[in-house]
Structure formats: C-alpha cells, structure tokens
Ligand binder design. Structure first.
Ligand code: PMP
Length: 295
C-alpha cells in the first residue's frame, strides 16, 4: 500500500476514503500462472498500461511511474511466495475532503495478490455455462467511459450478476443501450456464426486483454474474425459462444435464455482457442513467451 508492504490484516483504509463513497477508482485484474518454466504474469505491460489509462480517464494522477508499478506487482507476487495467483492493483482517491469534489485528497495505490482458482468453476471451463441476457442495460458511452476499468462501473455488473444468479444462471450477458450485445459482467463475448468468429467492437465495452489475445491466436490459426456488433438472436443461432476475461479465462457458453447453443457442448473453435490460450499461459507455446513476465 502506497509503496510499503503491509500485512494482510493491516491492509485497511479510513471509512471516509473518497472512492469508497463515490466509486471513482481504477483497478486491474491480472493473473500469474505456474507454467512449465516457473511462474509468470500474463501480459503485465498491457495491464499496467490499462491501469494508467483508466486513472487518466478518471483524472487521477498515479504518484508512481509505470516501471515502479510493474516492479511492485512482480515484487508483491514474490514476497507472498505465490506460484499462481490473481493480482489486484487499485488506484483510489483517499481520505480528505468529503463531498464529490476531491480537491487535494491523496491518490492512493494498493496491490494485492491471492490464490484464486477458476472464476466460474472447473466444470464451467470444461463443459460451458448457462447465461441469460440481463434486464440491465450496459453502459452508454457518454455515461461511463468504458476504456477505463473504473470501480463504480461495476455496480451495473453486480446487479446483473446477482439477478441471473438468483434465477439459477451462471453469468449475465448485457446489451448496450441500442440493444446489441455488449459484454458479460466481467467478460467479453465471442460468437461463431457460419464459421466466422465474431466479437463486439470496442465502442462501448472494456478493451479486454484476453479478448485481444484470443483475436490474435485466432488469426494465427487462420480462423476468420470480425469485430462487428450482433444481436441477441444472432447469439441464439450461433454455432458457438464463449466469454473471455482474466478471471473467466476462456469459458464456453452452451445455453442462453433457454436456447442451447449449437450442439449444447463446447464447439471446435472454442476448444481450439481455449487450448491455445492455456498453452500460452502455461508457457508451452514458445511463440508467445513475450506475453509472460517471469516472477
Ligand atoms: N469486460 C468487463 C466488464 C470486465 O470486467 C473484464 C475483466 N477485466 C473484461 C471485459 C475482460 O477483460 P480482460 O480480458 O482484460 O480481463
């Protein structure tokens, strides 16, 4: 926290921390994998860049440079002796003036790391999940600037997630204000239709680093890809659907709104790309070692 290692139990903030009240904070979700060449952080420079971009969009000046934040992330994994973990850097407006205008409040930075297994469960990765289109609309571009991974934006995600979980589904798929598919509560969405891999363009979604990796892995395998918006019914009649994210990795979606997708089991393109992804993060694929920062 703010440049010092703090014991887990002492990692506390004042109850009047500005971000805690109003939700303006920037964060990242990063994974460190234990691969065949030891532990390594997946696409760390891209995550650090996005953290700085999110803070910039939110008018928060991080009091460290990218090199310092990068080194602090690696060091946090090292001192915790974690082989595989999830890493959560957070830039927040600290204790000071209350009220919306943050004035001279400090910008605080914390980095936490902990062991975290699969986000949607091992079975979800192998067999796929059941999703529902949310009754909540995803962000309008001039309400929430979605290039930023900003804490307050996740109120919308949490409401959507709780709604579908209460109804027995695993994940919510959210539509944009015009009714086109936007993203999951913490994932980007891909479909395969007539052999073409399609994903939402970046207009009103988070610029997912897993999304970017999957697009690249698909192109390398000569799978045709387009970034083009699509509707919920196109998703219903797709041969395959999957979601991507640091937490969710690449999770097949086999049912949406009571309609089974394709054969109702993870499809061939989904399985090919999932294997490609796990080969990269596991250090098995030599062509993408530059995506891994050894710890
Ligand atoms: N969309 C949202 C809303 C997210 O929270 C995430 C997770 N960070 C993603 C997409 C996927 O982004 P990434 O692959 O960089 O984790």
């Amino acid at each position: 926290m703010d440049g010092k290692f703090v014991a887990w139990a002492d990692a506390q903030v004042h109850v009047l921390t500005h971000s805690l009240h109003y939700g303006l904070a920037a964060f990242e979700g990063i994974r460190c994998y234990k691969g065949q060449n030891g532990s390594a952080i997946f696409r760390l420079p891209e995550h650090v860049d996005r953290l700085f971009e999110s803070a910039h969009i939110g008018l928060m000046q991080i009091p460290y440079d990218r090199k310092q934040i990068t080194e602090a992330i690696v060091e946090t994994v090292r001192v915790n002796k974690l082989e595989a973990c999830y890493i959560r850097p957070l830039v927040y407006i600290g204790y000071g003036a209350m009220g919306l205008y943050p004035g001279e409040n400090p910008i605080n930075v914390s980095i936490a790391a902990w062991k975290w297994g699969t986000y949607l469960g091992d079975e979800a990765l192998a067999k796929g999940i059941r999703a529902r289109v949310s009754s909540f609309t995803r962000h309008h571009v001039n309400v929430s600037m979605t290039r930023g991974k900003i804490s307050g934006y996740y109120v919308n995600s949490i409401l959507a997630k709780r709604e579908v979980k209460a109804d027995g589904y695993d994940e919510a798929i959210m539509l944009d204000p015009e009714g086109y598919v936007a993203e999951g509560t913490g994932e980007n969405v891909f479909i395969v239709r007539r052999g073409v891999l399609k994903t939402t363009p970046l207009t009103s979604i988070l610029e997912g680093i897993t999304r970017n990796s999957i697009l690249q892995l698909a192109k390398e395998r000569q799978i045709p890809v387009v970034e083009e918006r699509f509707t919920r019914d196109e998703m219903y009649v797709a041969e395959e659907v999957f979601v991507t994210g640091t937490a969710a990795e690449l999770t097949p979606v086999t049912e949406i709104d009571q309609r089974s997708i394709g054969t109702g089991t993870p499809g061939p393109i989904t399985k090919t790309l999932q294997k490609a992804f796990f080969d990269v993060v596991g250090g098995i694929d030599p062509a993408h070692r530059h995506w891994l920062t050894p710890v």
